[in-house]
Design a binder for this molecule. Sequence first.
Ligand SMILES: NC(=O)c1ccc[n+]([C@@H]2O[C@H](COP(=O)([O-])OP(=O)(O)OC[C@H]3O[C@@H](n4cnc5c(N)ncnc54)[C@H](O)[C@@H]3O)[C@@H](O)[C@H]2O)c1
Length: 273
Amino acid sequence: MKVHGKVWVVTGGGSGMGRELVVALLQRGARVAAVDVRADALAQTVAGADAVERLSTHVADITDVDAVRALVADVVTAHGCVDGLINNAGIIQPFEPVAQLSDQAMHRVLDVNLMGTINMTRAFLPVLIDRPEAHLANVSSMGGFFPFPGQTIYGASKAAVKLFTEGLYAELLDSQVSVSVIMPGAVATGITQNSGVEMPGGEAAASQSRIPQTQPADAARIMIEGIEKDKLHIYVGKDARFMNLAIRIAPRRAIEMVQKQMAKMMAPREPVR
Ligand SMILES: NC(=O)c1ccc[n+]([C@@H]2O[C@H](COP(=O)([O-])OP(=O)(O)OC[C@H]3O[C@@H](n4cnc5c(N)ncnc54)[C@H](O)[C@@H]3O)[C@@H](O)[C@H]2O)c1
């Protein structure tokens, strides 16, 4: 579905890829309802966007079912209808093995990434189904089809988002709602900090990291191009495309290789003197 002239809801619109999606959708002539749990982040998105007369902002926590239901009415009041939903909001988990992760951290990542996406989808689907054409896109991750040690519950939440979205694709085949699942590789955003998580090896290790990252504006462009082509699977970045091949061709070797890299990253470092 072409984005021009349509009304889009974007969760996590306050930063990273969500912010760039909001900016790019407005540039392409769409109307946008940006949703985020952080009001200050949404204000920064507004400050950096053009055509703000086509933008509304909504502070809401997608894990709160009542707030999500109220959001549907708020967006329809602001824009008259909803043609597209991009479930982008998400968090990572602390970089810890499953057995060491606290119950609270585990539930939070599952709640936001999986239940938040499900809540938003269930609340907005009746409105989307009423439109002449509509689109639903859910942001999963490369981590949703390839395991990264220390992010296993995150990966499980994103794998569930992938299958949830593919199930919706099947259920909605005879409708006018098209469905995409988006799988970004590494993207240069503040997700670690925004999730309240420390980078393994500290910030110095993060800044020295040689892992190539896609820029969030490029990620947003690739997502929108995929949505406009009604692609079911949208891979963002060379790393996501490569890992998708690696896990199919040589799963054990690929997993072992990544495990070794992650172990090096997570090993305690000597303090720099
Ligand atoms: N950055 C990456 O490398 C990467 C890779 C693959 C997938 N992803 C996924 O892409 C999506 C966007 O991530 P990003 O990197 O732009 O992160 P980000 O932290 O920059 O943006 C995420 C936004 O979601 C918001 N958010 C978090 N919890 C929320 C909640 N409960 N309700 C409403 N809003 C909430 C945050 O406030 C934040 O503004 C996430 O789903 C993430 O898992 C990111």
